[in-house]
Design a protein. Structure first.
Length: 325
C-alpha cells in the first residue's frame, strides 16, 4: 500500500503544484459537502490522538488530512526518547484543541509504513496535509521548538489548503483527558527572574542562562524566562565572536550554515532584525538535512528574542513556512 501523493525519497516534495492543487480542491469539496449537511459534528477529545496501522492509514490519515493536519509520531515500545516525546505530543494535541490530529504508528507492527516514509531512526515525526506528506523533525526536541513547528504546520494548512481544524466536544471529555489539563504554574518567580536580569545586566551571560533555565524547569511556559533565556544565549554567543571575521566568512560562504548563523546573530544584536531573519530563511532554502534543521532551529530561537507579537516575526514565519513546505 503506497500512500497517495507522497514522495518518499529524502525530503518529501510539497512543491508539486498539480498535486497540491488537486488535494486543495478535494479538501474544499469535502468541506462544502459537510456544510450542506449542516456542518461537521464535533468530535470527542479522544479522537485527537489515534493509533494508526497500515490497514487504517488510508482512512485515518490520508482522508482525515483533507479536514485537518495530521501529525504522525513513529515510535516503538523499546525507544526511550519516544517515551519522552509521545506524551508531550499527546498533551499538545489536546491543547491545540482540534488544530491538528496526532496519529501514532508503532514501527515494530507497521514496518511497511516505516519503509514508505524512509524512517531511519525514531522517534520521527511527519505530517500529512491535504494528502501531502512532509517531515517535521527526528528525535526528541524541546517543547518550544515543537510548538514553533506545529504553528508553522497549522499556518501552512490554513493558508495553502484552507484547513481550519475540527470542532471538539469538550463536554465529552473523560477523566483521562481531564487529567491531561495543564497544571497551574508553580511560581511566583520574581526573585529568580530579578537575579537573572541582574546577571544579564552585568554581562554574566552564563549565570543568566542558568537562572532562566531554573525558572523554566518548573514553569516551561513562563514567557519572561523564555525571552530572557533567548537573549542571554544570544549575547553569550556574540561575546566570543570576531565581527570582522564573521562577516568575511559569511560573505565568502553564502551556503555555509554555520557562517550564516553566526552572521545572523551579529545582525540581530546590531538591530538589523529583518536582515538576520532574511539571512536565515535564505540559508534554510539553500540547505538540506541536518544543516537546514540547524539553521531553522536558530531562526526559531531568534524569534524568541524579538517576541511573537512583533510583525517582523510574523513576516519571517510566513517566509520560513514557504521555504519549508
Amino acid at each position: 500500500m503506497q500512500p497517495r501523493n507522497m514522495s518518499m525519497s529524502g525530503v518529501v516534495d510539497l512543491a508539486a503544484v498539480k498535486a497540491a492543487g488537486e488535494a486543495k480542491v478535494k479538501a474544499e469539496q469535502a468541506r462544502a459537502e459537510s456544510a450542506r449537511q449542516g456542518g461537521p459534528a464535533a468530535v470527542p477529545p479522544s479522537s485527537l490522538v489515534i493509533d494508526v496501522d497500515e490497514a487504517g492509514f488510508e482512512n485515518d490519515v490520508l482522508q482525515r488530512s483533507a479536514e485537518v493536519p495530521v501529525v504522525i509520531d513513529f515510535w516503538a515500545e523499546w525507544c526511550e526518547p519516544c517515551k519522552q516525546l509521545g506524551p508531550l505530543l499527546e498533551r499538545l494535541a489536546h491543547e491545540y484543541n482540534g488544530r491538528f490530529v496526532l496519529a501514532k504508528v508503532d514501527v515494530d507492527a507497521n514496518q511497511m509504513l516505516m519503509q514508505q516514509f524512509g524512517i531511519q531512526g525514531i522517534p520521527a515525526v511527519f505530517a500529512v496535509v491535504a494528502g501531502q506528506a512532509l517531515p517535521l523533525f527526528q528525535g526528541a526536541a524541546p517543547e518550544s521548538q515543537i510548538r514553533e513547528t506545529l504553528d508553522q504546520l497549522i499556518q501552512v494548512g490554513e493558508e495553502r489548503f484552507g484547513l481550519t481544524g475540527i470542532a471538539v466536544d469538550r463536554d465529552a471529555a473523560g477523566p483521562e483527558v481531564a487529567a491531561q489539563a495543564p497544571e497551574a504554574p508553580a511560581g511566583p518567580y520574581d526573585a529568580l527572574l530579578e537575579a537573572a536580569a541582574q546577571a544579564l545586566d552585568a554581562n554574566d551571560f552564563a549565570g543568566a542562562v542558568q537562572a532562566y533555565k531554573n525558572v523554566l524547569s518548573d514553569d516551561p511556559a513562563n514567557s519572561e524566562a523564555k525571552l530572557g533565556l533567548a537573549q542571554a544565549e544570544l549575547l553569550g554567543r556574540v561575546q566570543e565572536m570576531d565581527p570582522n571575521q564573521v562577516r568575511k566568512d559569511a560573505a565568502e560562504n553564502p551556503g555555509d550554515a554555520d557562517a550564516q548563523i553566526a552572521a545572523a546573530d551579529l545582525d540581530l544584536v546590531g538591530g538589523h532584525v529583518e536582515d538576520a531573519f532574511g539571512r536565515l530563511v535564505e540559508t534554510v532554502r539553500r540547505n538540506f538535512g541536518d544543516d537546514r534543521d540547524r539553521v531553522r532551529v536558530r531562526l526559531l530561537e531568534l524569534f524568541e528574542v524579538i517576541g511573537p507579537d512583533d510583525p517582523r516575526v510574523g513576516a519571517a514565519r510566513t517566509a520560513l513556512a514557504r521555504v519549508l513546505f
